[in-house]
Design a protein around this ligand. Structure first.
Ligand SMILES: [Zn+2]
Length: 309
């Protein structure tokens, strides 16, 4: 007969092994582009910024920092930080079908959440992508405005430079997610609804496309070649960003067509590789343009929030 302590030790080991098996058996859900894709998008955006942004945003150290931060919000999914994990998970996606069914998207996160609750639904099921992205972009713009102020006052700017780099890198994660069609739809991991074309309903397409396929087949030089020339966004960033998400959403069915043709198995096809490069490039181009627009917009004077108080 086993001594009780030995018995419990064996049970403990068995549970640990079972836990590890579960960890490796489950694909990391809804990470968008995995580690490799997110790093690539952030790196490409930082290295292609127009020359008139300050040097601290595209020095070698800055590029490395921004690249490192590409996957940052995916590092907040651990059960070791359960409140953070739960609160931030919906910020990676938006299911446009149920969101649009509630009417025009309000510009303010809390107004959208109130609308969702009033409809008897939950915001974490529909997603908060455009609100989170706009808010982080505004943080970046505020930091760049502070940088301009300190520089004009001939003060040390190193602390605000670190803050701005963090915001730029953090922003990159969501903008990258926003170029992945499966982050804009309720068909995010298997077709739902009428399915006359027989697209997959298995819950594998999401990670298959954005994780192993990207890691094995996508190269920075191919993605860079597909980036658009730099441009500024409309200063109404919420509307600009929602338009970007809606453009991404036009490719949802394409992802399913490619999957059906075996496009995301091993090396896929030239069409699936081209398509994926183009999507990564769209994310990198949008991020670069959003950072550039934040820099230009940060020159505008901001009203004093405490005036008259
Ligand atoms: Zn994400």
């Amino acid at each position: 007969m086993l001594r009780l302590s030995t018995f419990f030790r064996r049970v403990q080991i068995a549970l640990m092994v079972a836990g590890l098996v579960c960890l490796f058996a489950q694909p990391p859900a809804a990470r968008a582009w995995g580690n490799e894709g997110h790093r690539m998008i952030n790196r490409l955006a930082a290295t292609t910024l127009p020359a008139d942004v300050p040097a601290f945003l595209h020095s070698e150290a800055a590029v490395n920092e921004i690249e490192y931060l590409g996957p940052e919000p995916d590092r907040w999914r651990s059960r070791a930080e359960p409140e953070l994990s739960a609160a931030q998970a919906p910020e990676h996606f938006i299911d446009l079908e149920p969101a649009d069914a509630l009417g025009p998207l309000p510009r303010n996160r809390l107004d959208f959440e109130a609308k969702v609750f009033a409809a008897g639904q939950r915001p974490e099921k529909i997603g908060l992508q455009p609100w989170e992205t706009t808010e982080v972009w505004e943080r970046l713009k505020a930091a760049l405005r502070e940088y301009r102020n300190l520089q004009a006052a001939k003060q040390d700017t190193r602390a605000v430079e670190a803050a701005a780099l963090f915001y730029a890198g953090w922003l990159g994660h969501y903008v990258g997610d926003g170029s992945q069609p499966l982050h804009t739809t309720d068909k995010y991991n298997g077709w739902v609804g009428p399915n006359p074309n027989g697209y997959t309903t298995e819950h594998q397409i999401h990670w298959q496309f954005e994780g192993p396929f990207v890691a094995a087949n996508e190269h920075e030089s191919d993605v860079r070649a597909k980036m658009t020339p730099p441009q500024t966004n409309d200063s109404d960033m919420f509307s600009s960003y929602v338009a970007y998400l809606r453009h991404t959403a036009t490719y949802v069915e394409k992802v399913y067509q490619l999957e059906k043709a075996g496009g995301f198995v091993a090396a896929g096809s030239s069409e699936s590789r081209e398509f994926t490069s183009e999507r990564l490039a769209a994310g990198a181009s949008m991020l670069r343009d959003m950072i550039y627009t934040a820099w230009l917009e940060s020159a505008k004077p901001a009203p004093d929030p405490y005036a008259g108080k």
